[in-house]
Ligand binder design. Structure first.
Ligand code: SAJ
Length: 434
């Protein structure tokens, strides 16, 4: 394999997964054409710059663009390997139905340039069966090419599913070092895709069939969602009982076979709060636990709003600092963030009393316009605010010493200050919301 000429690669979709993947493939020496529907994304990358925030990605992209290994374009061109990394959002039907139209659009764009020997790999998180749908679409568009699973002879094209499993903030490291599941429409397809990933992945690459690989990706995030739901439900129970959930979890986790995750203000991001629905949609009758976990995690956001509001109303003159808007610690991603939802709700209700601290934001998101809430820094907030609501466990918040917060009223949704004096914490049973 190593002796074979390097394949040319086309990565369709240059977002949080596609761009880092394109850059890492290019770093491994392969010539990569990235394709995106946005002219400004294409122009930015061709200047050697990036349009997303990710640790070390700027230097990597700059380097591979300068060396002529990575370029971006609006149109798909011939290549040996096509990697599809486009979004798979919900349809706008309010029923959490997966929308795979971007995947099928990408397949339609690739179809005219396909030639015998090419490999197509879908990386987008997808409902089970999507890789087969993609194959069927290509078969319809290119009846001249033998597609895998539809011919008794050797197919012209290999098609596989290989999900990413990287953590935002550690994408480059995890793209290289994580193990990968590679699911082929046929075993031969899986082997072709494996040969590609072996060129730049150091983790183990395990081959399987396409549907199992699709399900594996959904299961990983549903597993996490269910476990976070357990922690969030415990926090709501503990609030009702006047207990410190963090103390309960710390003690329970001393059991050798117990490892409870962390409660928070809800589950955010674009994966864990989304992917479980793809399972529920595929098997609605068989997935009560996964569906309920989604409900528990969504309900935790409203619980956090109710508790925070109770604290804000406890002293009508107090200035309140909401610490964090990001969907999790130490990143600048505010999309699908429970922290942002809690802070915006408080801003709408309590206006100028609300001060937002988010070191990763240059300005407040749109929904804060006209509320009177302001963006401030942690030093000013600690000087001026009497009430602190911790919504994100950014390191800069975690490191605030006790002396600077001991006399404040605190609602800590993330448990970052275990030494906060009992008297300063709101640990009362929630009034029944009207
Ligand atoms: N969260 C908690 N309590 C916890 C852990 C997380 O409330 O104990 C919350 C976070 O604050 C955040 C959300 O869950 O709001 C998700 O954060 P995360 O760091 O657990 O995961 P993501 O969404 O950044 O990335 C996940 C990862 N999946 C798993 O860990 C199983 C990542 O490996 C996937 O590649 C990614 O989804 C994806 O793209 O699917």
């Amino acid at each position: 394999m190593r002796g074979e000429p390097l394949p040319t690669v086309s990565v369709i979709g240059l977002g949080y997964i596609g761009l880092p993947t394109a850059a890492i493939v290019a770093r491994a020496g392969m010539r990569v054409r990235g394709v995106d529907v946005s002219q400004s994304v294409v122009d930015t990358i061709n200047r050697g710059e990036i349009h997303i925030e990710e640790v070390d990605l700027d230097g990597l992209v700059h380097g591979v663009v300068q060396r002529g290994l990575l370029s971006a374009a609006l149109a798909v061109a011939p290549a040996d390997v096509f990697v599809i990394a486009v979004p798979t959002p919900f349809a706008r039907d309010g029923r959490h139905t997966p929308d795979i139209s971007y995947v099928l659009d990408a397949a339609r764009a690739i179809a005219p340039v396909l030639k015998p020997g090419d490999t197509i790999i879908l990386e987008s998180t997808s409902p089970v069966g999507t890789t087969a749908d993609l194959r069927d679409l290509l078969a319809a568009e290119r009846p001249d090419l033998a597609m895998p699973g539809l011919t008794s002879g050797t197919p012209d094209i290999a098609i596989a599913y290989c999900p990413e499993r990287v953590l935002p903030g550690r994408i480059l490291e995890e793209l290289t070092n994580n193990d990968r599941s590679i699911g082929g429409i046929t075993p031969r397809c899986a082997r072709k895709a494996l040969a590609f990933y072996k060129r730049f992945v150091r983790g183990a690459c395990v081959t399987t069939d396409a549907a199992s690989a699709e399900m594996t990706k959904l299961v990983e995030n549903a597993y996490r969602d269910v476990n976070i739901a357990f922690a969030n439900e415990l926090s709501i129970i503990s609030d009702a009982m006047g207990l410190d959930v963090w103390e309960v979890i710390r003690l329970a986790n001393r059991h050798p076979r117990v490892n409870i995750l962390n409660p928070g203000p809800g589950v955010g991001g674009h994966c864990i709060a989304v992917d479980p629905w793809f399972i529920v949609h595929g098997a609605p009758e068989q997935s009560p636990l996964i569906r309920t976990a989604r409900g528990v995690n969504d309900a935790k956001i409203h619980h956090a709003i109710a508790r925070a509001a109770q604290l804000v109303e406890a002293d009508p003159h107090a200035r309140v600092a909401c610490l964090g808007l990001a969907f999790k610690a130490n990143i600048d991603d505010f999309r699908e963030s429970p922290a942002r939802l809690v802070a915006a709700t408080l801003a709408r209700r309590y206006g100028q009393r609300i001060h937002i601290v988010e070191p990763y934001a240059a300005e407040l998101p749109r929904e804060f316009d006209g509320t009177g809430a302001c963006l401030t820094d942690i030093d000013t907030a600690l000087e001026q605010c009497d009430t602190l609501i911790v919504l994100v466990d950014h390191d800069v918040f975690r490191s605030v010493p006790l002396a600077e917060r001991a006399h404040k009223r605190v609602y800590d949704t993330r448990g970052i200050w275990p030494d906060q004096p009992e008297a300063s914490l709101e640990r009362v049973e929630l009034r029944k919301a009207g």
